[in-house]
Design a protein around this ligand. Sequence first.
Ligand code: CP
Ligand code: NVA
Length: 312
Amino acid sequence: MNKDLLKLSDLNKDDIIEILDLADQLKYELKHDIPHHYLSGKILGMIFQKSSTRTRVSFEAGMFQLGGSGMFLSSRDLQIGRGEPIEDTARVLSRYVDAIMIRTYDQEEVETLAKYSSIPIINGLTDEAHPCQVLADLMTIREYKRKIEGLKVCYIGDGNNMANSLMVGCATLGMDIWVACPKGYEPMTKYTEIATERANKENCKVVITDNIQEAAKDADVLITDVWASMGQEEEIAKRKVIFKDYQINENIMSIAKDNAIILHCLPAHKGEEITADVFEKHSEEIFDEAENRLHAQKAVLVKLISKTNLRG
Ligand code: CP
Ligand code: NVA
């Protein structure tokens, strides 16, 4: 595994499977009150330039359960907010903490932080990637379906950070991934290319289409996300028009397999990308997925922090 987790393509198939296996073990240990202080005394710095419920709480709780602690660092309070270069922040924080989780806008910023840090950097969401969420999604799919290879996953909505990471994650593990999005809102080409290359190796498919019916037909897993992501607030009205048909509803569910599951990274805008009744019908899966953020991220923390130990 690399020093950092900046995007899902930093992980190969073996890395992902190792993380998912460890996540299952950590989930079992937590549920059975088995102590698992694998990161005793370690500190995770958590930089947030955007809002968060799941990422913040699951990382902080996860570090505590592993015997360490998480330190919430709002960019409003850090000197980054007053212009201190990310390169310098990286070199300073590397002297104090054992890893950094960062949620921000520009992927470039996360890459720079990693370049100048001697400690692991974990991407907790950027405009172009959300690797921790997709690890939790893969864990949830494996839990519900008891297998991974050969499944058909259908993502409906914006070709955003979730779509970019999901395509790579599904293709790496040998699942067909169909992304249904309006023309002009496709995932980024560089991630489509990586996903396609990995899919070719695994004998599965990456399909980008604007045909929702074709994408959802016989799907084992349906996934969606908000039509307007954080930072796109000014486009909300315009996007409501463009995306109005890109919704998981009863009609779409009737096209998918009878035992199809639904995942949503949350927060959900019910009545937009998913109807309220379909959301409630599949809430068990969706909240299991949210829970799995905790277990999957704990696995990432254990793998990265216990491997590097490079403070200073
Ligand atoms: N899914 C997700 O990343 O949620 P938060 O924005 O609440 O962290
Ligand atoms: N695409 C969404 C995901 C939120 C977890 C966003 O970036 O706002």
